[in-house]
Design a protein around this ligand. Structure first.
Ligand SMILES: CSC[C@@H](O)[C@@H](O)C(=O)COP(=O)(O)O
Ligand SMILES: [Zn+2]
Length: 260
């Protein structure tokens, strides 16, 4: 089968840079994307080829192929793209891959992952099709709302305060996650994801109605733990809704008094 076009000049295409995805280090992005996706599959986050994850290491972005069982990927299936080369590309839709696997197309989520890397300097971006994320968008749709808001739940402390801010949200802070409408083609979500990032500069996630969620972080650890915290909160929110409990409460911060 003919390899997909790399977008590089002909003289550069002879070397497929396979060394970029070959490492004995389990923390190498080409090893980590398959191992993370295998874990995410057990959570129902990347089932039936949907969802995925991408990692940025400085200028290099590691990406999965499209339409593959994400839990069965191998390091040799991974694409590698240079952000600097991509920035110089004349067309935003034409991607410049340093390394391509021989038989696949790159993930349709690629431009959305790139938005997290270029607009937020993220080190990792995760896309899930979690039931809980989708259910939250359905509940919000009934309410005519384009924001998920929750406060006074301990797990909110699992989120950073925002882009270029240090520290995490507090128990009494309100976590706000914007919702964008789904589009027929994943790539077409990009402009709406970018708009949401501009409107909510401190968010680390964007929900996609009837589809799932994109979550990013400064590094793999932060993206993974924020995605886990969010999924926990989405599940909790759905169950709170079933019990008729509100997501926002006005519990005031209390200063504990010491009894000596
Ligand atoms: C079950 S198909 C889902 C895709 O259309 C898309 O939403 C997705 O999340 C994965 O796209 P992919 O191109 O396979 O990485
Ligand atoms: Zn998707």
């Amino acid at each position: 089968m003919t390899p997909p076009t790399t977008g590089l000049p002909a003289e550069n295409t002879t070397d497929n840079n396979d060394h970029l995805v070959q490492s004995d280090d389990p923390e190498h992005p080409a090893n980590l994307i398959p191992s993370l996706c295998a874990k995410f599959w057990t959570l129902g986050w990347v089932t039936g080829t949907g969802g995925g994850a991408s990692i940025r290491d400085d200028d290099l972005v590691y990406l999965a192929p499209s339409g593959v069982q994400k839990e069965l990927m191998k390091p040799s299936d991974i694409y590698v793209l240079s952000l600097a080369a991509q920035a110089q590309s004349l067309s935003r839709r034409q991607r410049v891959y340093l390394r391509s696997p021989p038989v696949y197309k790159p993930s349709q989520c690629t431009p959305l992952f790139l938005a997290a890397f270029t607009k937020r300097n993220a080190g990792c971006c995760i896309h899930t099709h979690s039931h809980w994320a989708v259910l939250v968008t359905l509940i919000l749709e009934q309410q005519g709302s384009k924001e998920f808001r929750i406060n006074n739940i301990e797990q909110i402390k699992g989120f950073g305060k925002g882009f270029q801010k240090s520290g995490n949200l507090g128990y009494h802070d309100t976590l706000v996650i914007p919702v964008i409408e789904n589009t027929a083609h994943e790539e077409d979500l990009t402009e709406f994801l970018e708009e949401a990032m501009d409107k909510y500069p401190d968010t680390y996630a964007v929900l996609v109605r009837r589809h799932g969620v994109y979550v990013w972080g400064d590094n793999v650890h932060k993206a993974k733990t924020q995605c886990e915290s969010l999924d926990y909160l989405f599940q909790l929110a759905v169950e709170m809704k079933q019990l008729g409990l509100p997501w926002i409460t006005d519990i005031e911060p209390t200063i504990p008094t010491r009894k000596d």
